[in-house]
Ligand binder design. Structure first.
Ligand code: ATP
Ligand code: MG
Ligand code: FE
Length: 343
């Protein structure tokens, strides 16, 4: 089964050809980061315009790079939510047009299901699985009963992890998106500020990072007022230590309770070196009898890309979950997968 996939939910326009949900035959990512950087974040109208400029061209590129034609494609997959509505609509319209013109079946995919399934491109997921989904707009612990039935057991109450990285990065003068640079700086510093670890000892699996963000910003403002210069590496290390402590603590507790066969990380923040090392280390320390297999997706497949959408679409294909031409963008689409949207 060969799937052509589209992703355009935010500031990356991407197409890919994925074979059997596991093998990336081609992947094109047209990033718009430079256009948004001067505004310090994604400008929705600018995003839509960029998507529409490149989408036809990168459809052709994905097919060419995979050395296939339309006749070799079994399904056309597209992210239909969550994300920016104008951005999503470009991908959805392109996929629907291609499906209508070729008669190839259409599959609408949840963007977050896609992030989680990036792991499937690395190794076989055994179920039940548990995912730590950390991205620009989401921070969740998700149980996967099988490849298409998900349940969120922990969620973010305010700023998602990636959003928090971007906001504190901005205070330190780091260009959007700041996560990668803050991660690099963190490795050169020490946790000297001891920022709060919100909700760490609470009995649920929810997260909150806005208190941490405020503590960080207050520390910087206070230092400014008394003309004291703070060490940026220690600031980054302290922020990152707080984020990772909370994420790791709650995820390990969830693994002990739910005993998944596989542990997965997904989303842009899953590229974080500190978080990857910490999770691998803590899982290796669990008793052998409850140790899940760990799948950390390739760094380049953590951020938004169409290959992960192709992987998730393969699972929907096998379950017969196709969409029709009434498929519409749903900016606030939520896991578990909305079956009502599917035929
Ligand atoms: P969502 O997927 O929740 O809808 P999104 O698509 O905007 O949101 P992604 O593209 O998955 O989010 O991830 C982007 C986020 O990941 C940004 O906030 C970015 O700063 C963050 N990020 C990228 N690399 C790292 C890293 N190494 N450490 C921490 N954060 C990172
Ligand atoms: Mg992005
Ligand atoms: Fe994303």
């Amino acid at each position: 089964i060969r799937i052509l996939a589209y992703e355009s939910s935010c500031d990356e326009t991407s197409t890919a050809v994925v074979k059997n949900g596991r093998e990336v035959e081609s992947l094109i990512v047209a990033t718009q980061i430079k256009s948004h950087q001067r505004f310090g974040g994604v400008v929705p109208e600018v995003a839509s315009r960029h998507h529409i400029e490149v989408i036809s061209q990168i459809t052709k590129e994905a097919l060419d790079e995979a050395k296939v034609g339309w006749k070799d494609i079994d399904a056309i997959a597209v992210t239909y939510g969550p994300g920016l509505v104008g951005a999503l609509l470009i991908g959805v319209s392109a996929a629907k047009a291609a499906s209508m013109a070729t008669g190839i079946p259409l599959i609408g995919v949840d963007h977050i299901m896609g992030h989680i399934m990036a792991a499937q491109l690395k190794d076989e997921i055994e179920y039940p699985a548990l995912a730590l989904q950390v991205s620009g707009g989401h921070t969740e612990i998700v149980l996967l009963k099988d490849p298409i039935h998900f349940e969120i057991i922990g969620d973010i109450r305010d700023d998602a992890a990636g959003e928090a990285y971007d906001k504190i990065g901005r205070v330190m003068g780091v260009k959007y998106p700041a996560g990668k640079t803050v991660d690099n700086w963190a490795h050169k510093g020490k946790d000297t500020f001891h920022f709060p670890r919100a909700m760490m000892e609470d009995n649920d699996y929810d997260f909150s990072f806005s208190g941490l963000k405020s503590a960080f910003i207050n520390t910087c403002h206070h230092a400014d007022q008394i003309h004291k210069k703070l060490n940026k590496y220690d600031l980054a290390a302290s922020f990152q230590a707080s984020v990772i402590d909370v994420l790791a603590h709650k995820t390990i507790r969830a693994i002990k309770q739910y005993r998944p066969k596989t542990f997965i990380m997904g989303g842009g923040v899953a590229a974080n070196h500190g978080l990857r090392e910490r999770m691998s280390k803590e899982i290796a320390r669990l008793p052998k009898s409850i140790q899940p297999k760990v799948i950390l997706p390739d760094i380049k497949l953590c951020g938004d890309n169409a290959a992960m959408i192709g992987a998730a679409a393969y699972n929907l294909y096998n379950a017969g979950k196709f969409s029709d031409l009434t498929l519409n963008a749903d900016p606030s689409l939520e896991l578990p997968y909305a079956d009502s949207m599917l035929k």
